[in-house]
Design a protein around this ligand. Structure first.
Ligand SMILES: NC(=O)c1ccc[n+]([C@@H]2O[C@H](COP(=O)([O-])OP(=O)(O)OC[C@H]3O[C@@H](n4cnc5c(N)ncnc54)[C@H](O)[C@@H]3O)[C@@H](O)[C@H]2O)c1
Length: 270
């Protein structure tokens, strides 16, 4: 096999805070930052699953609560003396959110808005003040392919993910002359507890994988790798924009002849 190239990151001395860092994509992001030398914090409502080692300091907190966001950011800055990277990642997509708009429970809507939208804003409110003072920092919003284009029965998740994209553009523009970059990442399907909980609603694993031109579902470290680059100085001219990390999903039209369900040799060894 030909060499594929490699990137190594050095985040020594940097302080990173990942929301929803105890599991799924957030855990992979914590692992990547910690492995590259960053002082890494996770805020989460849950502990990691048994047997999972979190290479970050876990602060329990609920991002839908503004006081929690303020408390967590204050604790990080107090302990670590700075805050260089915020990854707004904590979000929910419960199976009972897969409904047509007139069947969606208002309670589910309110909860998703509170976590997936207000949570991102409350964290940014607290962190932007710190970064403005530092005159440096990076905020990464975890958005989704479903923020760009939609499917049936995602009347809450999709529109809120679209708002996460616009938050990054808005804050990126506002903070551009303060040394702070703000970007978003839009994954396709990624193998995490959130995805596994709704595989049935998405037609099952093999058909979902097959809708991606690369023919598979991403591994969480593949999303973390994009976050690492965006948060690094290698992306110093990248702000107020989005990076789709979606295995080609967004480019593949609904009118296109679907791929037959096969895997591509060499593509699944990540
Ligand atoms: N998995 C996918 O296919 C996929 C695709 C596109 C985008 N995303 C996005 O990636 C991000 C991470 O998703 P995931 O698949 O890793 O989800 P996940 O459910 O596997 O993990 C989410 C983490 O967030 C935590 N969390 C939930 N509510 C919280 C709250 N109120 N406060 C703090 N922490 C909270 C959970 O405890 C969990 O540890 C989300 O923004 C999601 O929308 C996921």
């Amino acid at each position: 096999m030909r060499p594929r190239g490699n990137v190594q990151f050095d985040n020594s001395g940097r302080v990173v805070l990942v929301t929803g860092g105890a599991g799924g994509i957030g855990l992979a992001i914590c692992q990547a930052f910690a492995a590259s030398g960053a002082t890494t914090y996770a805020v989460d409502v849950s502990q990691p699953e048994p047997g999972v080692e979190l290479p970050a300091k876990l602060i329990l907190g609920d991002v839908s609560q503004r006081e929690d966001c303020q408390r967590v950011v204050a604790q990080v800055v107090e302990e670590a003396g700075a805050l260089d990277v915020l990854v707004n990642n904590a979000a929910i997509q419960p199976p009972d959110s897969y409904r047509a708009i007139d069947q969606l429970s208002p309670a589910v809507w309110d909860k998703m808005v509170a976590i997936n939208l207000s949570g991102y804003t409350y964290m940014a409110m607290a962190v932007a003040a710190v970064m403005r003072k530092q005159q440096s920092g990076v905020i990464v919003n975890m958005a989704s392919a479903q923020g760009h284009r939609t499917a049936r029965e995602v009347p809450a998740y999709g529109p809120i993910k679209a708002a996460n994209l616009m938050q990054a553009k808005q804050w990126g523009v506002e903070l551009a002359r303060e040394g702070v970059r703000v970007v978003s990442v839009s994954p396709g399907a990624v193998g995490t507890p959130l995805l596994r909980a709704s595989l049935a609603q998405q037609g099952g694993e093999a058909p979902l994988a097959n809708r991606h031109p690369l023919g598979r579902i991403a591994e969480p470290p593949e999303i973390a790798a994009a976050v690492m680059w965006l948060a690094s100085d290698g992306a110093s001219f990248v702000t107020a924009t989005d990076l789709e990390v979606d295995g080609g999903l967004g480019a593949f039209a609904a009118f296109a002849d679907p791929f037959s369900v096969t895997t591509i040799p060499g593509q699944n060894d990540h």
